[in-house]
Design a protein around this ligand. Structure first.
Ligand code: SAM
Length: 285
């Protein structure tokens, strides 16, 4: 879908670039994960309910900004590593979030301009502001799909994916800071298995998700605050996260706190108890 939002006040009536009215309700009176994340990362696509929720979550999770930035930097290091070290040229980034520079395609296309990226999110605010995700190099391609992770076949069969990615070649699927919003492990495993089934050997799965392993009380209180605000959120221990990579070959260094995955100088300086996310990357044999 072509997306370019007219400026809007968060109401229900939105016109996208080609003049098509988009029937969405941004539900600005309740916090949304994409907008809370945007606010904490310093973005502007958020509303008072998101900012109030961010303040409440940060009361329980005092290192939430550090942890979220560490997650965003993990995304960039993973994209760079996959493009530079593993020759990956195709990416399917699900739960992509509002554009936050650098976006995944910018990192990958800096290494390999021919990289092709499909972004997927279900939040209409992301659809409205997807234009920066569509600024591909001429050699590569990017697309945006408005879809829900819990319906993987819709994603796989979408025109955006079919026209952008060649499934006979490896694809890196990234589920970054998104599966914590799906409390049922069995659903997450099923989604992953459906997404990876048609992908070529050498394809990649990258996950980051919330854990309480290094800050148990903060994360227990913080996830409870998310749930109280209407956002389903669960933390998972190492065993539960490892189970999402079943049947795959974990790449070095395995599942670690996101700032410990091939850390740069900035990440290396962060304390473990300040990061609430595990991350891992694995290859389909
Ligand atoms: C915390 S943001 C993470 C953004 C980005 N992946 C990152 O790590 O920087 C989570 C995103 O996942 C999206 N999301 C949550 N549940 C989803 C679902 N079931 N299907 C698709 N997107 C989902 C939210 O709308 C939000 O944009």
């Amino acid at each position: 879908m072509t997306t370019e939002a007219e400026p809007n006040d968060g109401g229900t009536s939105v016109i996208i670039a080609d003049g098509t009215p988009l029937d969405v309700d941004l539900k600005t009176d309740v916090p949304h994960p994409a907008r809370v994340y945007d606010y904490i990362l310093g973005g502007t696509e958020n509303f008072p309910a998101d900012r109030a929720a961010a303040a409440e979550f940060s009361r329980h999770l005092p290192n939430l900004p550090t942890s979220m930035r560490a997650n965003r930097n993990f995304m960039a290091r993973v994209a760079h590593n996959l493009a530079a070290e593993h020759g990956i040229r195709q990416f399917l980034d699900i739960g992509s979030g509002l554009p936050t520079s650098p976006n995944l395609h910018e990192v990958a296309q800096r290494v390999a301009p021919e990289s092709r990226v499909v972004y997927v999110d279900r939040d209409p605010i992301v659809l409205l502001h997807a234009r920066p995700l569509l600024t591909s190099t001429p050699e590569g391609s990017t697309a945006y799909l408005d879809a829900d992770l819990s319906r993987p076949q819709e994603i796989l069969q979408s025109a955006q994916l079919q026209e952008t990615l060649d499934l006979s070649k490896p694809v890196a699927v990234s589920l970054l800071a998104v599966v914590q919003f799906i409390p049922d492990d069995a659903i997450v495993k099923n989604v992953i298995s459906e997404l990876l089934a048609p992908l070529a050997p050498g394809s990649i799965l990258a996950i980051s998700t919330v854990t309480a392993d290094f800050a148990p009380e903060e994360v227990a209180d913080g996830t409870a605050a998310y749930r109280a605000s209407g956002i389903p959120m669960v933390s998972r221990d190492l065993t539960a996260v490892a189970a999402f990579f079943g049947g795959l070959e974990l790449l070095d260094p395995g599942i670690v706190l996101v700032h410990r995955w091939h850390p740069d100088a900035e990440s290396a300086a962060i304390e473990d108890s300040h990061v609430y996310m595990y991350g891992g990357v694995a290859r389909k044999p």
